[in-house]
Design a protein around this ligand. Structure first.
Ligand code: IVH
Length: 715
């Protein structure tokens, strides 16, 4: 009833002016987001399904009339893309990883060079499969006994969503694998996509029906796949290209291109442009040719992918954190567009650094609507680069300017030029603030570079007292890749912080005990259920993986990959914590040990030292560790003879390169160190070994030849 009454008082969408429509669109977008959050995350909807549908229908009708309003973040783009709850979670038998990117020719030459060095081969001996990089959604299809049993999205790479019922409606996905001798378990991976034609036609239909219009074919494919009702997916033309695999109980082929042909024999479509290349020049020629064809292809691609063809070599090359060493995505150059810069705002980050953010008149670039653009720092706005060089021939960026922006893949859009001819008379040069916009209004300082010169970055000097920095750290702490606490999103953190309930991470874990006083259930927007859900979500995170914990501390330069490297290197919180405290006291042995870890260098070590030198930070860590249990890092293969052992390689190795030896040892759960101490378990010495061999003898450490080592690890 409420819906009918409401509908009567609103003017027809067809009668709205553009300005009125925009205002209503914004209001509805916020309302829908809030209702989605209440429904999916809090399990506590405030309105009936019918009322919700009415809001959504009106919103869709506005977007259908003014498609220029649609942004990738718009609630319409998330039709059924509820992040939580709707689809069952599926753990991938083998993680679904992503690819490293190359943009320039040089990056591709480096990639091939790295592989050749790793494998100790001449680079013209390595064949590559070259494939278009489809801009869709990756999917893992699990077949058991030849029958499709599960289809899962990539999700966070470890866990995806079960979309089997919807995937069964795709013509390109066989329910049963064709052919003989099909391995018992086959996980076929590839990309679900929507053709450009189908996307345009679907948007026309949606528009006519006053229904969701999508920003690009990728969003459209995602929206179509995440439908509760598989018959809706069935009505949407989705395609699938197979190009990779996960768990296989037996390998039917020995090469990437062989596997592609095998997928075809099983009944899959594979990309017809896939080509076997024998040299870097052939890879680059492939990139060039595909780029020329790009506009004519009926599906979106954003680059090409090169993969080492021999699977045994792929296995030897292995992975660096989340990306394979044996493959790379060679992206196409960024796309550009022109628009007006309406304003510049200052964003204060977790470490107090200032980033000027340009607010744009929304503009489409490469299928995405861009509204914000990073302007990096004060010098960049003035037209001065990192090394003092002039940018954009010295043209500064002013509010009111017409600017050229560029977007490459998932990289944050950039301003690459300013059109001076279009500069309005009243365009103002940007005054970089002298005081932090935070309530402390501290003086702003320019950060020093490693060489002691004035750097480009400005920061708030409020440090631990700056509430903006504290809030940003809490946001990172609760975020998906850190503690992943459902129900503690950015808005809630800001609110809890303002109330003084959560001032530092440890407070999150004492919240429930303090609730008798706080009485969260009496706060608007909360109810008994949502409060219970929140406390359950917090309890569920009292046990946390070491790498997540390290990442969640928010130390500068310690992102996810570095945190994982540290967690693997030290194995336990106790060992890592002890090392950090020693590093902060400038203990040379501890510094050398940290330095010896793969992917850890001076910048990270300095940052860790700086963090643990501060008693305030040590206090935060101490109070937090009382509240949580930190799980030891997963050693990749704990049943190997060298798991948990510390090994040092020295001298010349003959059957493998140093990089390969290190990667292999780490894969088997060993820690590879650069210096010998009494804690070293093995020193693997090849010809020419010198001081490290002597050190090993001094400490009585076992010394192995390369052959003995290979035997020990089962080769
Ligand atoms: S191979 C271990 N091949 O790109 C790497 N990926 O950035 C497995 N993609 O998540 C991926 N076309 O969604 C591979 N021919 C292709 C691809 C492709 C598109 C996507 C895929 C993946 C992302 C990695």
């Amino acid at each position: 009833m409420a819906r009918a009454a409401k509908a009567k008082t609103l003017p027809d969408v067809a009668d709205l002016t553009k300005a009125q429509a925009k205002t209503e669109w914004k209001r509805l977008a916020l309302e829908l987001e809030e209702h989605d959050r209440l429904y999916y995350q809090e399990d506590a909807p405030k309105i009936s399904d019918a009322e919700y549908d009415a809001l959504r229908a009106r919103f869709n009708a506005i977007e259908a009339r003014f498609p220029e309003f649609v942004t990738p973040e718009s609630p319409s783009q998330k039709v059924g893309a509820a992040p939580l709850g709707r689809f069952r979670k599926v753990r991938h038998a083998l993680p679904m990883l992503s690819l490293d990117n190359a943009f320039a020719e040089e990056d591709v030459r480096d990639f091939v060079g790295r592989i050749a060095r790793f494998l100790k081969l001449a680079d013209d001996r390595i064949d590559f499969s070259a494939e278009p990089k489809i801009d869709g959604l990756s999917m893992s299809l699990r077949y058991e006994g030849g029958e499709l049993v599960t289809a899962a999205t990539r999700g966070d790479g470890a866990e995806g969503e079960d979309v089997t019922a919807n995937i069964r409606t795709l013509e390109d996905v066989p329910q049963k694998l064709k052919g003989r001798n099909i391995p018992d378990i086959c996980e076929v991976r590839g990309e679900v996509y929507m053709t450009k034609h189908a996307f345009l036609a679907l948007n026309e239909r949606q528009k006519a029906a006053g229904d969701t219009v999508f920003a690009n074919p990728r969003n459209s494919a995602a929206g179509s796949l995440r439908q509760k009702d598989p018959s809706i997916t069935a009505s949407r033309p989705l395609g699938f290209f197979a190009y990779a695999w996960g768990e296989m109980s037996a390998m039917p082929e020995q090469t990437q291109t062989g596997m592609i042909h095998w997928f075809e024999r099983c009944g899959f479509k594979t990309n017809p442009l896939t080509k076997l290349c024998h040299s870097v020049d052939q890879l680059l020629a492939f990139h060039h040719k595909i780029e020329e064809q790009r506009a004519e292809l009926d599906y979106d691609i954003d680059g090409v992918v090169y993969k080492v063809d021999r699977i045994d070599w792929q296995e030897r090359l292995g992975f660096v954190s989340r990306t394979p060493r044996w493959a790379i995505a060679h992206k196409f150059p960024a796309e550009r567009a022109m628009t007006v810069l309406k304003d510049i705002e200052i964003q204060v980050g977790r470490t107090g650094s200032f980033t000027p953010v340009g607010k744009l008149e929304p503009v489409g670039v490469g299928g995405v609507i861009v509204q914000n653009v990073t302007l990096h720092n004060e010098d960049y706005v003035k037209g001065v680069g990192n090394k003092g060089e002039s940018l954009r021939e010295g043209r500064d960026i002013r509010i009111g300017d017409t600017v050229v922006i560029q977007r490459a893949g998932d990289v944050i859009p950039q301003v690459v030029d300013v059109i001076i001819d279009k500069r309005p008379k009243d365009a103002r040069p940007f005054q970089f603030p002298k005081k932090c916009p935070c309530p402390l209004h501290t003086d702003v300082v320019r950060e020093e570079t490693a060489t002691g010169e004035e750097g480009a970055r400005a920061r708030c000097t409020g440090e631990f007292a700056c509430p903006y920095q504290k809030i940003e750290h809490l946001k990172l702490f609760c975020s998906r890749r850190a503690f992943d606490i459902d129900g503690l999103g950015e808005k809630q953190i800001e609110f809890f912080f303002e109330q003084g309930w959560v001032k530092e991470p440890a407070d999150i874990f004492t919240l429930s005990a303090r609730n008798a006083k706080i009485k969260l259930e009496e706060i608007e927007g909360y109810g008994e259920t949502s409060v219970r859900n929140l406390f359950n979500a917090i309890e569920a995170r009292r046990r946390i993986a070491l790498e997540r914990f390290i990442y969640a501390l928010g130390m500068r330069h310690v992102g996810e990959t570095t945190a994982l490297a540290l967690a693997r290197g030290y194995g336990s919180w106790e060992a890592f914590h002890e090392a950090c405290l020693k590093v902060a006291r400038d203990d040379e042995e501890a510094i050398a040990d940290m330095d010896a870890l793969d992917q850890i260098g001076d910048t990270v070590i300095h940052s860790i030292a700086a963090y643990f030198k501060e008693s305030h930070n040590r206090g935060i860590v101490e109070r937090l560790t009382k509240e949580v249990t930190i799980l030891d890092a997963e050693r990749p293969k704990s049943n190997s003879a060298v798991a948990g052992k510390t090994v040092v390689f020295t001298g010349t190795l003959e059957r493998m390169t140093r990089d390969e030896a290190r990667a292999k040892a780490e894969r088997l759960g060993a820690k590879v160190s650069g210096s010998v101490s009494k804690k070293t378990d093995y020193v693997v010495a090849g010809p020419g070994a010198g001081s490290k061999l002597a050190e090993a003898k001094k400490h009585g450490v076992a010394v192995l030849t390369e052959e003995e080592w290979l035997k020990l690890v089962g080769e």
